[in-house]
Ligand binder design. Structure first.
Ligand code: LLP
Length: 412
């Protein structure tokens, strides 16, 4: 286990978390390189029997050191903005390793993507195809396009992160998608290379993912019948993790479901995993700044981390386990673990049980490696937190804490 107690002190690999807090302060994100390696490796091995590429979804954690680590493991990249494309390029990914998704790509983003000749621009609409065509024509390019199809499948995840239903803003409905693909034959600036589906995130039942894969295969077969051959099927990301510490879908179970669902095709598969690879590999380390006990007995444990560092609980009501960094035999008490921001939704957990927290104690909020640091904000002029990457017994700051000067550097 990457995060485990060693002599009653929570450590990441061989590094006790208090050692990091003593140098870097809190709140801070701590990631374990070994966990990222083993999780990526497990996924890669699980799909090894079929031609595939794992395009790590940078949106889950786009910190350069993490993106470089994954590049070193053989990951390709899935970017959702020009910012993520530039970070991927600087981390050493070639344009041919990058797919570019996003429901509202701007003209400037499309132009950059066309000029780079990415592996695929995952187009979201008829209008986007028109804009792409105009840009590619102007630049004298034949641009590589995959069409994002909306398969109208319920991912059975949180509604905020379900993307595969007709009522969602993503992709092109199946019938319209067929028409668009047929039409691309007469549009030399557009080269159709793939079909893309992504039905949502934090999906913990495999059946919707398998259904989406079958829909992509059926779509490709329909195109093949009309003489339109693709280069790949992009099945998106979405595999969930067990935030409650229970059983999560394993890499092998996921791979079996996907491989069975795509048995009818010989096209290489693209997968875009984010959360499953990096989520359990990181924690948010925080300190208790106050403990307030109200007359009715309610106990608030106020941390120096809040929705500004980890937004998921406030935004989705998301559950993250919270644990004491030191186990010193104190009695467990019921408490609400909250942040310092003036919003009642700024709470990490209600009715949790922690060993009698006191100011100065360290706590770790688990499974914060994905959609944690990337969603941090400067609300209340709070600085972006630092990030630390642990590797065995070594650790280093891979992003320093932001200063007020850093924030003001962008202002007039
Ligand atoms: N590909 C596309 C096109 C995506 O939109 C996403 C995530 C992924 C891949 C990666 O999905 P994953 O394997 O990480 O589930 N902020 C939310 C999650 C939003 C995910 C959006 N799309 C959260 O904190 O739960």
């Amino acid at each position: 286990m990457t995060f485990d107690y060693r002599q009653d002190i929570l450590a990441c690999d061989l590094v006790p978390l208090p050692d990091i807090a003593a140098v870097v302060g809190t709140p801070t994100y701590v990631y374990g390189a070994s966990a990222i390696r083993s999780r990526f490796g497990a996924l890669d091995a699980a799909v090894a029997t079929v031609p595939h590429a794992l395009h790590y979804a940078l949106k889950a954690n786009a910190t350069s050191a993490v993106v470089r680590l994954l590049r070193g493991l053989g990951a390709a990249a899935d970017a959702n903005s020009v910012g993520e494309i530039e970070v991927a390029l600087r981390a050493g990914y070639a344009p041919a390793d990058i797919v570019f998704t996003g429901v509202g790509k701007t003209p400037a983003e499309l132009e950059r993507a066309v000029a780079l000749d990415l592996k695929a621009i995952n187009a979201e609409s008829a209008g986007e195809l028109e804009r792409l065509e105009a840009i590619a024509t102007r630049l004298g390019r034949r641009t590589r396009v995959a069409l994002r199809v909306n398969p109208d499948i319920d991912a059975r995840s949180h509604p905020h992160i379900s993307t595969g239903l007709k009522r969602n803003k993503f992709g092109v409905p199946y019938e319209q998608a067929l028409e668009l693909c047929r039409g691309m034959r007469g549009r030399p600036a557009l080269r159709l290379v793939g079909v893309h589906v992504h039905i949502g995130s934090q999906i913990t039942t495999l059946e919707p993912l398998a259904r989406a894969a079958r829909a992509a295969v059926a779509f490709a077969e329909e195109l093949a019948r009309e003489g339109i051959e693709l280069e790949h099927l992009d099945l998106g990301g979405g595999l969930g993790i067990a935030y409650d510490g229970g059983v999560e879908p394993s890499a092998d179970e996921y791979a079996s479901a996907i491989i069975a669902a795509t048995r009818g095709t010989r096209l290489p598969l693209i997968l875009e995993p984010g959360r499953w690879v990096v989520g359990p590999s990181g924690v948010l380390l925080a300190s208790v700044v106050d403990v307030k006990v109200h007359p009715d007995g309610r106990r608030f444990v106020v941390l120096d981390a809040g929705m500004t560092e980890l937004l998921r609980p406030a935004l989705y009501g998301a559950f993250h386990r919270i644990v004491a960094v030191r186990r010193d035999g104190r009695t467990e008490v019921a408490c609400d673990v909250v942040g310092p921001v003036c919003e009642s939704s700024d709470a990490f957990g209600v009715d949790r049980s922690l060993p009698d927290p006191r100011p100065g104690d360290l706590v770790a909020i688990l499974d914060a490696g994905a959609y944690g640091a990337v969603m941090a904000s400067n609300y209340n002029r709070r600085p972006m937190p630092p990030e630390v990457l642990v590797d065995g017994s070594a650790w280093r700051v891979v992003r320093r804490r932001q200063t007020v000067d850093d924030q003001l550097a962008c202002e007039a």
